[in-house]
Unconditional design. Structure first.
Length: 279
């Protein structure tokens, strides 16, 4: 059963690092036993028709020329020789175990502490599974575009179902990019180019099960392929604090009835369940 509070509170130093660097590794805050329901949920999700196989797409698009195409190994053979990279969005909507983990309190308490908020509301989640030998990297990007919220109190928590060492492709961050590179997308800049220009500020974050990596959605980040013998299974869970307000982009106006909120309203209702304090 998932705990209703983290094993310990986040510290002042961890909060300061989150605000200054745009990310922080919070060590030893989850009991590994709390993750057991997510392990079974992960296997069910991988069988969903809407789970994306990124490796399948990459292999189909791999030939860059006619010579590559006709000299390439057969598609099925190539696919069998590689570990797969799977992604599933909003798994909490179909898997009660994921929603239970997100809102019962443990991860919500971590998010609230880092956001300096008395509350935390669960927003959405993404499951990432990289099998051993998966070559596909998660490209450099941030999570701050196309959302439905306005305000500063927001964070993403990365929870792994196992240890992630350097070979397994841990999360990497561009230190301080949430502040000093703010507005890069609007200026027409590219995340990968900014990383190349600031290589000395790249920080990789290996973790052990029970650790949580938190980052601000505007922090540029990515991961490598999985060169280890382990299956890398992780969830990104996003949370919002008490100061956040609903703001639906014009291109998503057709979704307004589903969200059930007017622009400027505090986040509430079934689309933003309370994750801290625990119910």
């Amino acid at each position: 059963m998932n705990g209703t509070a983290p094993l310990r509170a986040v510290t002042a130093d961890e909060i300061a690092a989150f605000e200054r660097e745009g990310f922080v590794v919070v060590r030893g805050v989850l009991d590994p036993a709390w993750l057991a329901p997510l392990t079974a949920a992960c296997e069910r999700i991988l069988a969903h028709a809407d789970t994306l196989d990124i490796t399948d797409e990459a292999v189909r698009l791999a030939p860059a020329s006619a010579a590559d195409l006709f000299g390439a190994a057969p598609y099925a053979q190539t696919l069998r020789a590689r570990g797969h990279f799977f992604v599933h969005f909003n798994s909490a909507r179909s898997e009660p175990a994921v929603l239970e983990f997100a809102v019962r309190g443990a991860v919500g308490g971590i998010a609230a502490g880092l956001m300096r908020s008395s509350t935390a509301r669960f927003v959405d989640d993404i499951l990432f599974v990289k099998e051993p030998g998966a070559q596909e990297a998660t490209e450099w990007h941030d999570d701050d575009g196309g959302g439905v919220m306005e305000g500063a109190q927001k964070c993403s928590l990365w929870v792994s179902l196992g240890d992630v060492d350097v070979a397994a492709g841990p999360l990497r961050f561009l230190r301080g990019s949430h502040q000093r590179l703010k507005g890069w997308r609007e200026r027409g800049e590219r995340a990968d180019a900014l990383v190349t220009q600031n290589e000395s500020d790249i920080v990789a974050c290996p973790i052990r099960v029970g650790d949580v990596i938190a980052h601000h959605p505007a922090t540029i980040h990515g991961t490598g392929g999985n060169g280890s013998a382990m299956r890398r299974r992780s969830w990104a869970l996003r949370f919002a604090g008490e100061g956040m307000r609903f703001a639906l982009p014009a291109v998503r106006e057709s979704e307004r009835a589903w969200w059930g909120l007017a622009d400027g309203a505090p986040l509430a209702g079934p689309r933003f369940p309370l994750a801290w304090p625990p119910q």
